[in-house]
Write a protein of this length. Structure first.
Length: 196
């Protein structure tokens, strides 16, 4: 009987040891995943090393973004293309605020501002105040395989900028049919005055 208890105690000790080792390796993997996410930002967004995209992003990944880019599968080169677009039009000044990781997911909140150096960059992309963004990455085999993108620019003048831009585009689009209608009205009056 004492022998049976001894085997049970030894068995539980061995299982406990395996569980502790597994917990340590998971914790280590979580830290590795956080480092992958940090380096992704440092190379592509915070400095202009966009050729390093393939170090961090799987050949294909799924993105859940604002607008129409929801549950879209893209090639890794798209991350380079997006970063290059911004770097060609200006410069980022950004920093990581904090990261939270669990399992294969890493959430990073970062704050950045963009200073345009082209006309398009100054008009469409430049930010007067920093914008906070939260990205969640799913990492598999050392590469980012899924992105969730959440911007927090609702409380910034950036929202007003897009509202004004939308208003201007709307006014231009409304102006065109108004001009056409006025011309047709003038032609109709001319025809009616001639009795046709």
């Amino acid at each position: 009987m004492k022998r049976a208890y001894s085997f049970v105690i030894i068995g539980l000790t061995v299982l406990s040891s395996f569980a502790q080792k597994e917990g340590i390796s998971q914790k280590k993997q979580t830290e590795i995943n956080k480092e992958i996410a940090r380096n992704f930002y440092q190379d592509l967004w915070f400095t202009d090393n966009t050729d390093n995209y393939s170090k961090y992003v799987a050949n294909q990944y799924v993105v859940h973004d604002i607008g129409d880019r929801k549950n879209v599968t893209e090639l890794a080169i798209e991350q380079k293309n997006i970063a290059d677009f911004f770097w060609e039009n200006g410069e980022f000044e950004s920093k990581i605020d904090y990261q939270i990781a669990e399992g294969d997911l890493v959430a990073t909140r970062w704050t950045g501002s963009f200073k345009g150096n082209t006309l398009f960059g100054r008009i469409a992309l430049e930010t007067k105040h920093p914008i906070s963004i939260i990205n969640v990455f799913r990492i598999k085999d050392g590469k980012i395989v899924e992105f969730w993108n959440h911007r927090h620019d609702i409380d910034t003048p950036q929202t007003l900028k897009f509202t004004i831009q939308g208003l201007i585009v709307g006014l231009i689009l409304a102006f065109i049919p108004t001009v056409v209608a006025l011309r047709l009205r003038r032609k109709l009056r001319l025809l009616l005055s001639k009795g046709i």
